[in-house]
Design a protein around this ligand. Sequence first.
Ligand code: CO8
Length: 258
Amino acid sequence: MPTYETLLVEQRGRVTLVTLNRPQALNALNSQILADLLAAMAAFDADPGQGCAVITGSEKAFAAGADIKEMQAQGFADMYAHDFFAGWDRFTKTRKPVIAAVSGYALGGGCELAMMCDFILAADSAKFGQPEIKLAVSPGMGGSQRLTRAVGKAKAMEMCLTGRMMDAAEAERAGLVSRVVPAAELVEEAVKTATTIAGMAPLAVLANKEMVNAAFETSLAMGVQFERRLFHALFATEDQSEGMSAFVEKRAGTWTGK
Ligand code: CO8
């Protein structure tokens, strides 16, 4: 297993558990964390023994934003010439599912990273916010778009314009997180959920992720068509025949990933 400067990565069966590890900066997302996360996600995607990833932070902070100290001295020319933050788009190209397990602060880039994952499990201590406006900037890693799609215009606009935080209960009501669990059980629950996903037929997992994501990029008719074609395509897999035979024969299916 490679080691990373800013991450702890361990494999729990078919689940890759990635812990953001810059405690001195409340896991603020600097260029090193981005480089490490991209490398860890590429290794996860390429490993046929791994089926689902969990990204978590510390009890106090999932991540308190992009690294303000790294951005402080930058001007427009540097930001534009280097297309600052564009690397995060590569994170969203991870093909296998990634769950964000959020405890404590998920602010600015931290909230945006959580929203780049496929879904968010929140500890009851979680706090979500886009406070960039207080620094006289704005979300820069997709927050204005993903938050709006997740919780609707009213809440997204209020949060971006005031920088107010949402607690876990409000985030669940608003549809930002899939579930809230006690903080002490967060990582265990996320790994359990990831283990369930990693136990499914691998091609069906990829297809399900791809079609849900298509809902954000297409019209309803195109999305329904895309879903149906992928559904048809799954009937070309060995695992589809195994899955349906196993059901009829009242036994558990075993998957080949083919
Ligand atoms: N960047 C760098 N360092 C940070 C960050 C951050 N985002 N957040 C916290 N830290 C550091 C603090 O500076 C402090 O370091 P030190 O001990 O050296 O002073 C250490 O982490 C601990 O933080 P605090 O002492 O502040 O801890 P508290 O418990 O008092 O407060 C908070 C916790 C409320 C989370 C507080 O740290 C905070 O408000 N942090 C900043 C939150 C924020 O504004 N996040 C948004 C950042 S901007 C962003 O994410 C996207 C910008 C998009 C720009 C677009 C460009 C293209």
